[in-house]
Design a binder for this molecule. Structure first.
Ligand SMILES: *Cc1c(COP(=O)(O)O)cnc(C)c1O
Length: 378
């Protein structure tokens, strides 16, 4: 066997010998989720159609939205469904206010430029939550704003944006809210009964721990009905995707069958763990172990604990001039733990995720690996 194909030698190696992914995605999945993909179904297969319907229903149930919302799944990574949401819900003569405190907010602005949708941004620094008073003033002063877009957990820093307060302000001004909850969905509560929004998007592979390959939009039914004809793109038209699926239960174009089979199993495991409360609880514990352990090793978090979502944690680069991130990263990878570089403008940093099929054992394993990786700079 060649050296490059040798699985990482670590006590905590995953059952497949793959590294543990402490990243914003793709993420570690369970062996049973991977096994669920060992089937080939045709797009018109009854079993597959039933599984697809079941997945859609279960996703709506996560937001307690059976009365109000419908699920429109879409092929592609998470950004595809963000783009589909903006293009489908913001009409050609609409105007979108985007609340930005990181890269994913900026990405929505870039999408609007491509889609030629009128938009403006309200920006705070990456370590500062959305400014409610400014949002209130902007909505009061610009009546052309039809929609507001917000990121629930901004994965750039790991900051949690208080979506309930944002939704209250947007609703009070009679505007529509579109939410990118990609990295929060399934771990941080969001209920359609308490929070008013026209659409929320997330994907199969983040906190729901399915395989990557599809996103989904949970859309308020009447808002989706009103979205007919808005989309500048056939593939990204959520209204059309929804109508077709309602008619025959099938996807418009080749469905990601394996991703859906994996997702169905991932939802079994999500429910067995106790849904949002159980999943969020495991991630909060992961986050606590990681932050405590990293602080003991001398690292500092970017965010104060009260702004930190238990999803991904940003750490400042150590001051030590001998520290070299590329060597640190490579050493951790060799030990079987993949972390992620920072993507921030406010600080030189790196990120360690605590979502995916990871628990206390992997967090302790990662901390021991960090201690060993730091020893090379002594
Ligand atoms: C992961 C993520 C996305 C989507 O990213 P993809 O790489 O396209 O899957 C969008 N928004 C947020 C907040 C995310 O964390």
């Amino acid at each position: 066997m060649s050296v490059s194909s040798t699985p990482p030698i670590t006590a905590a190696a995953s059952p497949t010998g793959d590294p543990w992914l402490l990243t914003p995605g793709p993420l570690t999945t369970s062996p049973t989720v991977k096994q669920a993909m060992l089937h080939d179904y045709g797009s018109r297969d009854r079993t597959f159609i039933d599984i697809n319907a079941r997945v859609r229903k279960r996703l709506v149930d996560i937001i307690a939205g059976a009365e109000s919302h419908v699920c429109v799944p879409l092929q592609g990574s998470g950004t595809f469904v963000v783009e589909a949401m903006l293009g489908s819900f913001v009409p050609r003569d609409g105007k979108l206010l985007i609340l930005v405190n990181g890269a994913y907010g900026h990405r929505m602005a870039k999408i609007c430029t491509y889609l030629r949708r009128d938009h403006l941004i309200q920006e705070t620094a990456e370590d500062v939550p959305v400014d409610f008073e400014q949002l209130d003033r902007t909505l009061a002063s610009d009546e052309n704003i039809s929609h507001v877009a917000a990121v629930h957990c901004e994965t750039t820093s790991g900051i949690l944006n208080p979506i309930e307060n944002i939704a209250d302000i947007v609703a009070r001004h009679g505007r529509s809210l579109l939410i990118d909850a990609m990295s929060a969905f399934g771990a941080i509560p969001l209920s359609a009964r308490d929070v008013r929004f026209d659409a929320v998007v997330a994907s199969s592979n983040k906190c729901l721990e399915g395989s990557p390959g599809m996103g989904f939009c949970l859309a308020e039914r009447s808002a989706l009905e009103a979205a007919r004809g808005n989309s500048p793109s056939l593939c990204m038209d959520l209204y059309d995707q929804w109508r077709s699926m309602e008619i025959n239960g099938q996807w418009r174009f080749t469905p990601p069958t394996h991703a859906i089979l994996a997702f169905d199993q991932a939802l079994n495991e999500f429910e067995a763990e106790g849904g949002v409360e159980g999943r969020g609880g495991r991630y909060r514990e992961n986050c606590r172990i990681l932050v405590e352990g990293m602080r003991k090793l001398g690292f500092k978090t970017l965010l104060p604990d009260e702004l930190q979502a238990p999803i991904i944690i940003t750490f400042h680069m150590p001051d030590d001039t001998k520290f070299d991130f590329n060597r640190f990263y490579a050493n951790l990878s060799e030990q079987g733990y993949v972390i992620y570089p920072g993507k921030l403008t406010v600080a030189d940093s790196f990120r360690v995720g605590c979502i995916g099929r990871l628990g206390a054992e992997q967090m302790h394993g990662a901390l021991a690996a960090v201690a060993r990786a730091m020893a090379q700079f002594d």
